[in-house]
Design a protein around this ligand. Sequence first.
Ligand code: AMP
Length: 519
Amino acid sequence: MTDTLITVQDDLSPAENMSTTTAVEETVADVPNGFIELGLAPELVRAVADLGYTQPTAVQLRAIPLALPKAGGSKDGQSNGYTDLMVSSQTGSGKTAAFLLPVLHTLIQQMAEQEAAERAEFDQACADAAAKGEPAPKRSKRKDPTNPRNFKAPSPGALILCPTRELAQQVAQDAIELVKHTRGLRVANVVGGMPYQLQIAKLQNANLVVATPGRLLDLQRSMQIKLDKVQFLVVDEADRMLDLGFSDDLADINEMTIQRRQTMMFSATFAPRIQQLAMRVMHDGGSSVQKIQIDNPQEKHNNIKQVLFWADNAQHKRQMLDHWLRDASIDQAIVFSSTQIECDGLAADLQQDGFSAVALHGALSQGMRNRRLMALRNGQVQILVATDVAARGIDVPTITHVFNFGLPMKAEDYTHRIGRTGRAGRDGIAVTFAEMRDRRKIGDIESYTRQPFKAEVIPGMEPKMRMPEARKPMGRGGDRFGGERNYANAGGGFRGGRPAGGRDFGGHRDRDGGGFDNR
Ligand code: AMP
């Protein structure tokens, strides 16, 4: 794949943007609004201002200009003036708006052009009628879309694919916020677990659809949605899509939307398997794709204090967790577990101890998952005990602490998990508990983040066993794009040495809404 790589060193996370701007307000007044400078539609500029975004983040600054259509169409060698993009950026970098804003901008422009053309046609018809001395033609009545007789399969212009329902819902929510000043642009969410009829009703006239692959294909195959008008396809968290086995579904969706003008892929890394996927789904086999590399795992999360506590056994971990949960500085917290069984057990245990805690994992019904997330957002629940289903996509600024009670399956999920705290310009604390047998996983996380853990002890709860020294983080062998080489693909990571498909933690490993779970 020949391509252009743009690397951004000075990534400003939204948090950093916000703290900088509130600290020096007079300076901010002089700084031109970066969103206006990007040339975005005024409706969108107003919406981002309502959301409190003062300036674009690094990923937005790099991706939006490239994602917007080039003047002059295909003359510049790009497909119809649109550039395919591959963007590597971490959660929390503002990547959702980086793909939503340019797509929404173009949809708004196209709608305005279409309206203007229809108005001109109508005006012409009125003028023609007047010239002939006939009465002016009537405007055609809009059909009631809620009447089943008027059902027309929706054919959205933009399709965003997400690996999990939670992420899809968050992205759809962000899109709805961004179109709040835009008339006539409809956003719909297609995820498994929702009643079909309701989902189909809400899909009517949708211009932008945010979907998980399984349910989208179900609806497409039963002709409830048509994908032949999709112009923009975004694959969010492409790495996770592949982990969850959505490769074949992506290939099918690629075929169904083959007429599209632009493809954008967002992924935590540009690992070789992501590049292969890009070659399959980008125009011209990816020959003209532009790559943007934003994040470096070890530079992230400066606002999140990360600590490690070695434990003798599960009971010791539980005592330390209890100690932490009684810390007065906790507002809300997520406690991550490794398995669904551990998740349910721990939540029940915490409830018994008087904590306001609920469990969230992929085996719960979607309605239940939504209600529990809503209770967390509304502050009705203080502690969410979750599997990695909650590692991405949850954006609740009042989460002050993340606890890794059970370690993640993959080192990169550690980064996603801790990113649930320290949101919206705040600080956060990420506490990891590990037993001796977890030391290899701890080493893998240190290699991935290129940050050694700082091990601490709670006075009176010191481990009795001799615990390992903090390791120097290993470099990643100059593997600029494929950050996973050292731990997952090479088989040297958490799964190394275990039989394929085995139960890594002895319990029911949570596929977190992946595979058929998610549909
Ligand atoms: P994401 O990486 O898309 O998950 O976004 C992380 C968080 O940053 C979300 O809470 C967004 O609402 C917020 N955000 C996105 N763009 C900006 C911006 N330009 N300024 C401030 N916050 C932002």
